[in-house]
Design a protein around this ligand. Structure first.
Ligand code: FES
Length: 249
């Protein structure tokens, strides 16, 4: 087993005694988040090709057209999911390392040594994650309505490739949301006794299930981000007439 690295013994950005490929994770995260973030920003700015028949891109859900808003409505629609992701415990670690290099990895030198954590503005705002969770949780209801619509063809049940793509997007977003640390605390926190009453026993059961999902939160974070992007790309290509939907039922 490799010896544990528990202290920075070299000073300066990137200085370290580590011999493993510690840089691989921040570089991969920077590339992945950078690419997907840029694509989603571009898609949100288009304000076009976000609906094809009964398929609605998750980037534009719920579909609104406020007359007082001069920009693409997606910039309003994406506020809750953006707040949720930027304050997410996993993403915080990921983008602090990938974009701020603060630090780039464990036991790796950084720009400055006067670390104040998230106790000062603007990072103090990260503590609003629980409230972002409430908004993101509400958004799931709109997204599941879109799934229902995606399986309706001329008022009858049907299945197209787009139905499955939108189902995958909402399904993975649901897993991402319900594996959140805040949700885990909501369902099982502040209890002194798990076995004392029927209600606390029920909460303990839910907490165990959420804890299991929570262990895979990082995976759900990435899969859901890819799935949302893929759903937007699919609906966009359909709406532009560049591809045809495949109908299974
Ligand atoms: Fe990641 Fe809540 S969404 S911790």
């Amino acid at each position: 087993m490799a010896p544990a690295v528990d202290a920075v013994t070299k000073e300066g950005l990137g200085a370290t005694d580590r011999r493993d490929a510690w840089w691989l994770a921040p570089v991969s995260v920077a590339a992945g988040l950078g690419f997907l973030g840029l694509y989603l920003f571009w898609a949100a700015a288009q304000n076009a090709y976000f609906r094809s028949g009964n398929y609605l891109s998750p980037v534009y859900s719920p579909e609104i057209h406020p007359g007082w808003w001069p920009l693409s409505p997606a910039f309003l629609i994406l506020i809750p999911p953006l707040l949720f992701r930027t304050t997410c415990y996993y993403y915080r670690k990921a983008y602090y390392r990938a974009f701020f290099l603060d630090p780039a990895g464990c036991a790796v030198g950084e720009f400055r040594r006067n670390y104040s954590g998230e106790t000062k503005f603007p990072f103090l705002l990260q503590n609003m994650h629980r409230y972002a969770f409430y908004l993101a949780f509400l958004w799931l209801f709109f997204l599941w309505y879109d799934v229902f619509e995606a399986f309706q063809f001329e008022h009858r049940f049907g299945v197209g490739l787009g139905s499955l793509v939108i189902l995958a997007s909402t399904g993975t977003l649901t897993l991402y949301t319900l594996s959140c640390h805040s949700w885990r605390h909501i369902v099982g926190g502040k209890l002194d006794c798990f076995s004392c009453t029927a209600s606390t026993r029920a909460r303990h059961g839910i907490w165990q299930r959420v804890t299991h999902w929570n262990e895979h939160h990082q995976l759900f974070a990435w899969i859901s981000l890819f799935s949302v992007t893929a759903a937007d790309v699919y609906v966009r290509l359909l709406a532009m007439g560049l591809i045809q939907d495949v109908r299974f039922l």
